[in-house]
Write a protein that binds this ligand. Structure first.
Ligand SMILES: [Zn+2]
Length: 106
């Protein structure tokens, strides 16, 4: 496993609850090199049709558009290839509410 941003392998498991993700297999890790937090296993949400749509027409909305050209096994293999290389498309942010929210300095 490596960082999705800098490819560094110095990462640590973070004790964090992920809203809207129920899978207990999903864990949050922090890269000790660049500080990015990421989920593992990685998540690939968009399929090869969507990527072709971006390459061909430079617009979104291609999810499933070329399903008639690809077998299920091919689509799964494509997505797994991206996941295994840490090149999947899903990122998330961790937001913290500052203790100083609402305080004014004037
Ligand atoms: Zn990193």
């Amino acid at each position: 496993m490596k960082c999705t941003l800098c490819d560094n392998q110095n990462i640590e498991l973070i004790d964090a609850k992920i809203r809207s993700i129920d899978s207990k297999d999903m864990k949050v890790y922090k890269c000790m090199n660049c500080g990015v937090h990421f989920l593992y296993p990685y998540i690939q949400r968009y399929d090869i049709s969507n990527h072709i749509q971006w390459l061909k027409n430079k617009v979104p909305g291609g999810q499933g558009m070329y399903n008639h050209l690809f077998t299920s096994n091919f689509k799964i293999s494509y997505e797994n290839m991206l996941i295994e290389q840490g090149k999947s498309d899903t990122v998330f942010a961790i937001c913290k509410i500052s203790d100083k929210v609402g305080e004014r300095n004037d």
